[in-house]
Design a binder for this molecule. Structure first.
Ligand code: ADP
Length: 313
């Protein structure tokens, strides 16, 4: 990741309008950034209310979660609840363990040699890592969309039908494929060429195809690892719009290096940072998890404030 990627507030700064400039206060760039983000947050607060978690069931409960690779800690001490039908964004500088933690939420770390997950992750109250829990079924219920669109070298139809066939969900295959393509906003663009290769689609369409593939098997939670970072701005906007629609039916956790994106799409935001101990070893920690509007406008921790105002990358 480049420095530029994590300088979301500066991008907010560049989009500031003349009327925004009236709120600049001291003229300190950090104040300008804060003023702009506050305007955005006021708008978000009006859409979401201030406590998006209120009355929502806990889907994933994390207690003292730590992940290490071959004995080297990557992230530790994570305690948080992720609530139903909300979008939760993981933000923070590169290497603070966002992707690692995301992968632990559907046991994808099982597939990485040397990765060890400690602590407990409860999914609807059940320990995800308990013996006897089927990791394949976990990944059916908790789907994942990756940073780079990765359609299989198969037809559009077969890409979406892939997981359905794998999980024996073969009834009404055509209907299920159509439903998933409609949910991912791709149906109108591909319904007359379902036999064409998934690889013939544009990057943004390929990512929506991967989202359709994830949705077809009827998950409950969708994990998204920087799903728009490889896409152009128009395709990015379509993904963001889609996330906003999908949260009516799904619980979504999204890793993003783009703070503006977190501000636009997330109800809750978790900020991670890297702790460096006396011996110089680095490990990711969860600093603050709060309603997005609070995290950006009234951060409780000075590390969060430094990050969201662009004083620290
Ligand atoms: P982020 O998503 O915040 O950029 P990551 O979760 O990718 O952070 O990485 C956190 C730490 O774990 C980093 O030090 C990274 O080098 C390490 N790491 C990530 N994936 C692996 C892996 N497959 N094997 C060994 N170390 C890894």
């Amino acid at each position: 990741m480049t420095d530029d990627d994590i300088r979301g507030p500066d991008k907010m700064h560049t989009t500031m309008t003349e009327s925004d400039k009236g709120d600049q206060g001291t003229g300190d760039p950090a104040d300008v950034v804060l003023a702009k983000s506050q305007a955005q947050m006021a708008e978000i607060a009006s859409r979401h209310g201030t406590n998006p978690q209120e009355g929502k069931e806990v889907v994933l409960g994390l207690r003292d979660v730590a992940v290490a690779y071959s004995g080297t800690p990557a992230v530790r001490g994570v305690n948080m609840d992720i609530h139903k039908t909300l979008v939760t964004a993981f933000i923070g500088p590169s290497g603070c363990g966002k992707t690692t933690l995301l992968r632990s939420l559907n046991r994808m770390n099982d597939l990485i040699p040397g990765a060890v997950v400690d602590g407990t992750i409860h999914y609807h109250g059940h320990d995800l890592n308990a013996s006897g829990v089927d990791a394949v079924e976990v990944r059916r219920r908790i789907g994942m969309v990756f940073q780079r669109p990765n359609p299989f070298p198969k037809s559009i139809y077969d890409n979406v039908a892939f997981g359905l066939r794998l999980h024996g969900m073969k009834d009404n295959l055509d209907d299920r494929v159509e439903k998933a393509l409609r949910q991912s906003g791709l149906w109108d663009e591909v319904h007359n060429r379902l036999k064409a290769s998934g690889l013939s689609l544009s990057g943004g369409q390929q990512q929506r195809l991967c989202i359709a593939r994830a949705l077809a098997i009827e998950p409950d939670v969708v994990l998204m690892d920087e799903p728009a970072s490889a896409l152009d701005p128009i395709a990015t906007q379509r993904i963001e719009d889609l996330v906003a629609e999908l949260k009516n039916d799904y619980t979504i956790v999204i890793v993003t290096h783009n703070m503006q994106q977190a501000a636009r799409v997330a109800d809750m935001t978790a900020f991670f940072s890297v702790d460096v101990n006396e011996s110089g070893s680095r490990c990711g920690v969860l600093v603050e998890h709060a309603p997005t509007v609070d995290l950006f406008t009234r951060p409780k921790d000075e590390r969060t404030e430094a990050y969201v105002t662009g004083r620290f990358g």
